[in-house]
Design a protein around this ligand. Sequence first.
Ligand SMILES: NC(=O)c1ccc[n+]([C@@H]2O[C@H](COP(=O)([O-])OP(=O)(O)OC[C@H]3O[C@@H](n4cnc5c(N)ncnc54)[C@H](OP(=O)(O)O)[C@@H]3O)[C@@H](O)[C@H]2O)c1
Length: 336
Amino acid sequence: MEILNHSVVLARRPDGNPVEEDFRVESAPLPLLGEGEFLCKNHFVSLDAGFRKWMNEGSGDEVLPAMAIGEPVMGLVLSEVVDSLNGDYPVGTWLMARFAWQEYSVSDGSDFIAVLPGNLEFPPSAYMGVLGDTGMSAYFGMTELGQPQPGETVLISGAGGGVGSIAGQISKMRGAYTVGIVGSEDKARWITEELGYDAAVIRGDDLAAWIASACPDGVDLFFDNVGGTLLEAAISAMNHRGRLVLCGAVSGYGDEEPAPGPSNMFEVVTRELSIQGFMTHFRHERYDEAREQLATWLREGKLVSPEHRLQGIDNVARAYADLFAGRNFGKTVVEL
Ligand SMILES: NC(=O)c1ccc[n+]([C@@H]2O[C@H](COP(=O)([O-])OP(=O)(O)OC[C@H]3O[C@@H](n4cnc5c(N)ncnc54)[C@H](OP(=O)(O)O)[C@@H]3O)[C@@H](O)[C@H]2O)c1
């Protein structure tokens, strides 16, 4: 029986934040497997802010080529191998992979793939969220780079999103006074009541003054998911020898041209700040270690992993628009 594969394709290049109309669903029969290939049933699509950048014209780089109009949109998915002509990926193997937003994917193993442990201890979507690229970004950014210390003040932007919701909890576990920047009052209440943040700042006018009042002892560590004006405001709030860990810059992903940098970079000099960016996928060899630590915290009840979950391939575009509109509380996923 012929199986139709439904895919989300790029209908047009988003102008700024993506909206549902930038995408459409198309269907095509599944191809037969060639030598060395295997067929994956994608159970969950992970909606990740960072992939927005490759929807821009001419945005290709060493990580991904620019996405093409009319072609399936690339992202991260949670998959199960359901047919295989490749001994390295037998039927029943679970993967987190960089595949397209599709119900099924065919691979020869050359894609970016992380094989998951044999018996999944946690609900499958967790392996894309708290135990996937999202949680690991929070883990590496906080434990390897930022290293919050007890009594320090940590400021996190995008604090109620996928990465930010985990980063805030790790910061609290390490004994830091933890403040989150979010886009709405509802999210501000949610991150303090449900995620344990000590205080929240709502992004908007007068950000510098709001950060100053929420961080009376200044900021020792800024974990940035947003960039732009938030990064500029944070630089001015940093204490001497403060650290800035740059995880992402979602406010600029829609820009065709790179936005000008912060105007206050000389404060980096005068206050001896250190700034470090990172990419989680360059730590591929440490995924097992990161997943095990995050799993331990889940088992111990020290970590919660909130999800903004929608159902079905027809809702993938809506979920992505939700993420950029800040309507997501926690990790955004679609169950296929
Ligand atoms: N370095 C790495 O290896 C790595 C890996 C994964 C993710 N990341 C980065 O981590 C960040 C978070 O990613 P995520 O997928 O977990 O997304 P997310 O945090 O779940 O969602 C993005 C959040 O950013 C805020 N936001 C969206 N558009 C914005 C805009 N134009 N200006 C300011 N804020 C905006 C919204 O929160 P509010 O409305 O509440 O502010 C939204 O909820 C992204 O920058 C992503 O690129 C980096």
